[in-house]
Design a protein around this ligand. Structure first.
Ligand code: G3D
Ligand code: MG
Length: 193
């Protein structure tokens, strides 16, 4: 089933994070966002390996929440869901790293994805949260290089947080590990109250 499949897909990410996690009392929270067709589900596939305690597909919304000991990962398609936008904020709380996935071959949607990202970066609850942009689908001849994507998205104007653009292909796995290494390095662990 889709549920079992999703569980398997998330195993690797969790194992990578678990290995890098320093303190057992703390929980790492990741948001994995991007337009539909950007490659988010395929990124998850590449991160495949062990146990996830549960996954909650939110009813009526295309939000997937994955919970495991010490980790919480929220994934959804951004854009075209204006009406439920205010509801997203429930998922922004205490995010450690925002991972934004882009189809580098889809130049027609660079402006759209850029605007969506800009709006996300304005979110109060995501202020100062480190940003990793996956310039995905680099295996395609038509893919814009990460540098062009960064320019198109004006990433160099970001001043209020750490950010990184990582060229990758979720299809071949190239660049995914490098991206996750950056993520793990830039996680700011929250202090437990
Ligand atoms: P989403 O979850 O962000 O909506 P998906 O995106 O992971 O479902 O990917 C959308 C489509 O793009 C899929 O193709 C998927 O195979 C493809 N894709 C994802 N990553 C890459 C990549 O790095 N390179 C290439 N060439 N394709 C990629 P289909 O045909 O299944 O719709
Ligand atoms: Mg998907």
């Amino acid at each position: 089933s889709a549920l079992i499949c999703a569980l398997i897909l998330l195993q690797g990410l969790l194992s990578i994070l678990r290995r890098l996690k320093q303190s057992p009392e703390q929980e790492v929270r990741l948001l994995l966002l991007g337009l539909d067709n950007a490659g988010k589900t395929t990124v998850l596939k590449q991160l495949a390996a062990e146990d996830v305690s549960h996954i909650t597909p939110t009813q009526g919304f295309n939000i997937k929440s994955v919970q495991s000991t010490g980790f919480k990962l929220n994934v959804w398609d951004i854009g075209g869901q204006r009406k439920i936008r205010p509801y997203w904020r429930n998922y922004f709380e205490n995010t450690d790293v925002l991972i934004y996935v882009i189809d580098s071959s889809d130049r027609k949607r660079f402006e759209e994805t850029s605007l969506e990202l800009a709006e996300l970066l304005e979110e109060e609850k995501l202020a100062t949260v480190p940003l990793l942009v996956f310039a995905n689908k680099q295996d395609l001849m038509t893919a814009a290089p990460a540098s062009e994507l960064a320019e198109s998205l004006r990433l160099h104007t970001i001043r209020d947080r750490m950010w990184q653009v990582q060229a990758c292909s979720a299809l071949t796995a190239e660049g995914i590990q490098d991206g996750m290494t950056w993520v793990c390095r830039n996680i700011k662990f929250r202090k437990k109250p």
